[in-house]
Design a protein around this ligand. Structure first.
Ligand code: HSE
Length: 428
């Protein structure tokens, strides 16, 4: 019989258990596709006694993930613990040093240490695979490194945090404020242990940094990303954006410019009728644009047991087949260091103003915008009470610098009844 591919799995949470289930339930299918059996030799997690609903008695147990990663009967170390440092980093380094292939779902680890880990794996002659780290079950790493490898990629963008997309679509569907929906998401168990990773845009930013590296052949540079979460999105903005024909999404965009790499993860308005605008609930979507392909849209579950375990297994099967794909679609040691730059390309903006309802207020707003070079495309005044008049404006394309000048000018008019809200409108 062909020599089996033997896994050591560290982390028996949702994803780890999903991997155990696939390996134990689909043995024949995996063997037929891989050309050899896939087996689990040993597992590791924080608590041995916890009932996880699956029989783990056939696998050796290691309390220490480093010990698991370096066992003689482990060919592939599957790291599913999470965390950018600590045991995850130590065990991946140990696995590589011991000549084991690594499969991980750990976007934080790779966003912070992906360069050095990739180089270490290449020097050791082993593979570091991370399909499950980006957009859960969507095979976006495979798409970029294999199917689209003949393209010069011009832009990668997407909605890559299911929790944020759930919160934003639920706010819209149920007309509920952010705080109420955040608590709902918490009750449903959607939020990471540190919710800032989700709602602060960090988790999605980690994923975008990895995609940008593959797409543009540049070293992972998460620290240079423009990052803004969804915490400040108000139900009024969801409603007004909808009235103007848009949805608000936590959207990541990466593109190479003459000045450097632009990476931003921030709330944006997208047309309600676009594929991104219609993305509901916890689903993810990644859009890739290349010189030959034009545009490809991949949509699917971005998290959860089955989808993430599915992505892990895709990597495991590739390793079992002996497939050798460079870490980032090219070897890590050939990636270029790149300067991160702020987005300067003009874009239309959504502006929501709360004006004091008195004669001449709107004229002052128009004058300030005009002086800053911000041209109004559409404007709507709606639902004003006795004292304030809410006004929503969609601008023509303008730079963020001009817009910031306009906002400072608006604040100084003396006719504002609250701070202006400005959100970029992304062309998708
Ligand atoms: N918290 C993440 C999400 C899970 O909501 O998409 C996958 O990173």
């Amino acid at each position: 019989m062909t020599h089996p591919l033997r896994l050591g799995i560290a982390g028996l949470g949702t994803v780890g258990i999903g991997v155990v289930k696939i390996v134990t339930q689909h043995g024949k299918l995996l063997e037929a596709r891989t050309g050899r059996p896939i087996e689990i030799s040993a597992v590791s997690a924080r608590s041995r006694s916890q009932d996880r609903g699956v029989d783990l008695s056939g696998f050796a147990w290691e309390d220490d993930p480093v010990a698991l990663a370096t066992r003689d009967d482990v060919d592939v170390y599957v790291e599913l613990m999470g965390g950018s440092d600590g045991p995850a980093k130590a065990s991946v380094e140990a696995a590589v040093a011991a000549g084991k292939h690594v499969v991980t779902a750990n976007k934080a680890l790779l966003a912070h240490h992906g360069q050095e880990l990739g180089e270490a794996a290449e020097a050791a002659g082993v593979m570091l695979r991370f399909e499950a780290a980006v957009a859960g079950g969507i095979p976006i790493i495979k798409s970029l490194t294999e199917g689209l490898a003949g393209n010069e990629i011009t832009r990668v963008m997407g909605v890559m945090n299911g929790t944020c997309n759930y919160i934003l679509t639920r706010m819209y569907d149920a007309d509920l404020p952010y705080d109420v929906v955040f608590e709902e998401a918490n009750q449903l168990g959607y939020l990471e242990a540190d919710p800032t990773l989700d709602v602060g845009g960090i988790d999605a930013g980690h994923k975008l940094a990895l995609l940008a590296s593959i797409a543009f052949g540049t070293q992972v540079n998460f620290d240079a990303m423009e990052l803004e979460g969804i915490e400040r999105i108000q139900i009024e903005d969801i409603e007004q954006a909808a009235e103007m024909g848009y949805r608000i999404k936590l959207l990541g965009v990466a593109q190479m410019t003459g000045r450097g790499l632009e990476q931003r993860m921030s709330p944006c308005l997208v047309p309600a009728t676009s594929p991104l605008g219609q993305l509901e609930g916890g689903t993810n979507m990644v859009v890739v644009e290349g010189d030959s392909i034009g545009q490809v849209v991949l949509r699917g579950p971005g998290a959860g047991e089955g989808p993430t375990a599915s992505a892990v297994m895709g990597d495991v099967i590739d390793l079992g087949r002996g497939l050798s794909i460079p870490t980032y679609g090219q070897p890590a040691n050939t990636l270029r260091p790149v300067r991160g730059v702020k987005a300067t390309k003009p874009a239309p903006y959504y502006l929501r103003l709360s004006l004091q309802d008195k004669p001449g207020a709107l004229a002052k707003v128009a004058a300030v915008l005009g002086e800053a070079g911000v041209s109004i495309n559409r404007m709507r005044q709606h639902g004003h009470d006795d004292k304030t008049a809410p006004v929503t404006i969609v601008s023509h394309k303008t730079t963020r610098d001009n817009l910031d000048v306009a906002i400072a000018g608006l604040e100084a008019t003396g006719v504002m009844a609250g701070h202006p809200v400005a959100i970029r409108i992304e062309e998708v």
